[in-house]
Write a protein of this length. Structure first.
Length: 250
């Protein structure tokens, strides 16, 4: 069931997403550098979220043990931060984070370049980010969820990259994960119609090689089957006055 949000709901969701956006824009970039561990990034993120009066949305959800989902290089999503692995120059890392503020959820992801990355890694990051904004452009009344997926897929595949099909975006509100599911592929005009009051977390996951993935023995970390790199970006948006408003932006 799709829960449509009131203007009051959307303002509360905006505040929760602002914590996520600020974390990605102003906090984490200071620390994502060679030598840092993903566990340290997790600690920094949790402290910041709690300092804002919110709680980490992922920690404990479905049994997940951390504040951040960290995905280094061939990891796609849901990597568990740990103390053993330090980021190296040339790595890329996708960081997905959520915040619960007064019962409303924020959710957002960004892929960071660690130090100096090669041209192909930077292209993967840039294409994935741009595919998100192309998806947001078509998230408006008169279009459908299928139009969102098609916008991602057609752009990504034009560069020879692939979109992950086993994981997708989702509705968001008083629950972190709500209907509808938002695949990053699809046919124009298919699936649910976009209507006023929808709040959606759109999150392209894009692989350098095959779209096929597998889950590691920790039962969380998703990696590419061919061990090539993956990138991930996500914004939560609300359909307001017929078009998408990126939540968390002023």
């Amino acid at each position: 069931m799709i829960y449509l949000k009131t203007k009051e709901d959307i303002e509360k969701l905006h505040l929760a997403n602002k914590i996520v956006m600020d974390l990605h824009a102003n906090i984490l970039p200071q620390y994502v550098k060679p030598g840092v561990t993903t566990k340290e990034l997790d600690r920094i993120a949790e402290e910041y979220i709690r300092s804002c009066g919110a709680t980490p949305a992922f920690k404990g959800l479905y049994g997940f043990p951390a504040t951040l989902c960290t995905a280094v290089n061939e990891e796609v999503v849901h990597g568990i931060p740990n103390q053993r692995i330090k980021l190296r120059d040339g790595d890329i890392i996708g960081i997905d984070v959520g915040a619960n503020l007064d019962g409303y959820f924020g959710d957002g992801a960004k892929t960071y370049a660690v130090g100096r990355v090669d041209a192909q890694a930077q292209k993967l990051i840039d294409v994935t980010r741009e595919s998100l904004y192309r998806a947001i452009e078509v998230a408006k009344i008169g279009n459908t969820i299928g139009d969102i997926g098609h916008a991602v897929q057609s752009y990504v595949e034009s560069f020879g990259f692939s979109v992950v099909r086993d994981y997708c975006g989702h509705g968001i509100g008083k629950n972190l994960h709500e209907d509808p599911q938002i695949p990053n592929y699809g046919k124009p005009g298919s699936a649910e119609k976009i209507v006023e009051g929808m709040v959606l977390a759109i999150e392209p996951m894009v692989n350098e090689g095959t779209l096929k993935v597998k889950v590691l023995k920790d039962k969380w970390t998703v990696v590419t089957l061919d061990s090539k790199r993956s990138a991930h970006f996500e914004h939560s948006i609300a359909i307001v006055d017929g078009k998408a408003r990126i939540l968390g932006l002023e």
